[in-house]
Design a protein around this ligand. Structure first.
Ligand SMILES: Cc1ncc(COP(=O)(O)O)c(C=O)c1O
Length: 378
């Protein structure tokens, strides 16, 4: 049976050949970057420098020094949230967040460090006016996802950014579901900080993530150690990106991430974006015709769609899709409990179907067909 991968929201698969080639080259040709002066150390530093430059250009950062390589989005979000908030701050977030935003924020709230407002769902997403209404004099940060990893609903980040700018509030965007899918210009959007996975639609390997930090933002840090720079000092360097990057980096993964982003640039983000938009629309439209199948979320959004089929638990449905049709999906709560509460699917969750750069129309049609068959058989 042919395997059909529809779990791109978890991680993209397969990775482009160019990613594998770049990783193999880095594996064969890397010493410890920035630590020694020999050939292999310099080669490793070049791989990272190149990837940082590529990622920086991709998001239109002012300088590649504002790009920090992290382990994943969770690492980047923890660095951002814990590095930005101060005792007594009011923070606004949304019910659509992943636990990598919710858990750090709820822990800070529980510790009495911050006051937290969680915005509810309105018309399938969170509306910019809700952010404006929630602002208080001591609001210091808005932390929001660009798109839901449960329903694909997109939040209008440009309008939220304007609202934040008018009030001098910092904006942190979790772009894990949109980086590599929707255009993101960190300068035009005036993002204070942006975090995303490197292994989802940026097409890098697992173990990679990206944190962008605006030049005027001084993130507090907790990870301290060797950077290969100013080694005579016993204090962590204050300059970027060394400030946020201590310890031997994931050179091989970062080389792969750089190649993933180059691949996106070669194909063209606009082409990828339009392709995924069309697939997402085809998927939503096809699924909505199936009797007994509930499709959650707004009419349009990125290519992440949640469903429940009458008579099936979400885990059972994912198992049947794999066993009977070779279709790989993700059931459950998707690390987003509040999003599931908001759409009424907590605690059982949904079966999530998510498309990516390698998905074809035939694959989308196959999942629609499979669910129609399962619906009829029940
Ligand atoms: C919206 C969102 N934020 C954060 C994450 C966490 O990403 P990572 O697994 O790279 O830490 C995910 C992953 O599913 C996500 O979808």
């Amino acid at each position: 049976m042919k395997q059909l991968y529809l779990d791109h929201a978890a991680t993209s698969w397969p990775k482009p050949e160019a990613v594998k080639t770049a990783m193999l080259r880095a594996l064969e040709q890397s010493g410890n970057p920035g630590r020694s002066g020999h050939r292999l150390s310099l080669d490793a530093a070049r791989f990272i420098h190149k990837a940082r430059h590529t990622v920086s250009k991709f998001f239109n950062a002012t300088s590649s020094t504002q790009i920090v390589f992290t382990l994943n989005a969770t690492d980047a979000l923890n660095m951002a949230i814990k590095g930005l908030v101060k005792a007594g701050d009011h923070v606004i977030t949304t019910c659509l967040e992943h636990n990598s935003v919710l858990r750090p924020l709820f822990a800070l709230q529980k510790a009495g460090q911050i006051e937290l407002t969680v915005l509810e769902l309105q018309d399938g997403t969170v509306q910019p006016e809700q952010f404006a209404q929630a602002m208080q004099p001591h609001t210091a940060l808005v932390a929001m996802t660009h798109a839901s990893n449960v329903t694909g609903a997109v939040i209008d980040v440009a309008t939220v950014s304007q609202i934040c700018q008018e009030r001098g509030v910092k904006l942190l965007v979790d772009a894990s579901q949109t980086a590599g899918v929707l255009p993101i210009d960190v300068q035009a959007l005036d993002l204070a900080v942006m975090a995303c996975s490197g292994h989802k639609s940026l097409l890098g390997p697992q173990g990679t993530g990206v944190l962008y930090v605006r030049p005027d933002i001084e993130l507090a840090f907790w990870r301290e150690g060797g950077t290969g720079s100013i080694s005579h000092e016993v204090y962590q360097p204050a300059f970027m990106p060394d400030r946020m990057e201590a310890g031997t980096p994931n050179t091989i993964g970062i080389a792969g991430l750089g190649a993933g982003v180059e691949f996106l640039q070669q194909v063209g983000l606009e082409t990828i974006s339009q392709g995924e938009k069309a697939l997402a629309a085809r998927l939503r439209q096809g699924l909505r015709q199936i009797k007994g199948l509930t499709v959650y979320g707004p009419e349009s959004g990125v290519g992440v769609v949640s469903v429940n089929l009458e008579g099936f638990d979400s885990a059972e449905l994912s198992v049947r899709l794999e066993r009977d049709y070779g279709i790989l999906t993700r059931p459950g709560l998707h690390c987003a409990p509040l999003a599931h509460q908001a759409i009424g699917t907590y605690p059982h969750g949904t079966t999530r179907i998510s498309v990516g750069y390698s998905t074809t129309e035939d694959e989308v049609d196959a999942v629609i067909e499979a669910l129609s068959e399962l619906a009829k058989a029940k």
